[in-house]
Design a protein around this ligand. Structure first.
Ligand SMILES: [Zn+2]
Length: 131
């Protein structure tokens, strides 16, 4: 059986899509970083002035935690995008790592870092649960 893969034209299209994702995340991360710095500076000012500063600090901390969690997730996504770009180079992009069949273009457009069919993943999860 021949190894399935997307043709070069399609791979090129997905490379562009992934590069776009990459730029978008990099911008998001920069934005988050500057927001994070702002929160820290503003938080320090509030400490001395606000009456309910304890509550404020609590909210601030939660907010900051949320921001860093988001940044963490974005960083993870960025590395997934990089991996996907590697797969484009190796021409294995768009091939389900579970069944070896091609993942529909529609799914890849919606989730460019997808490595498997949703149905394959579900089957795998079910199998794991039954173990
Ligand atoms: Zn599959």
């Amino acid at each position: 059986m021949a190894v399935k893969k997307y043709n070069k034209t399609t791979l090129k299209k997905f490379r562009e899509l992934l590069m776009g994702e990459r730029n978008r995340i990099a911008e998001d991360l920069n934005y988050q970083k500057s927001e994070l710095n702002k929160t820290i500076t503003e938080g320090a000012g509030e400490l001395s002035s606000a009456t309910y500063h304890m509550a404020d600090v609590g909210t601030d901390m939660a907010e900051r935690e949320k921001t860093s969690l988001f940044a963490h997730r974005q960083a993870k996504y960025l590395s997934d995008v990089d991996e996907a770009l590697d797969r484009v180079d190796e021409e294995t992009y768009g091939v389900c790592i579970i069944c070896g069949d091609l993942i529909e273009e529609g799914r890849l457009m919606a989730a460019p870092i997808a490595k498997y069919h949703v149905s394959c993943k579900e089957t795998q999860n079910q199998r794991n649960n039954n173990q």
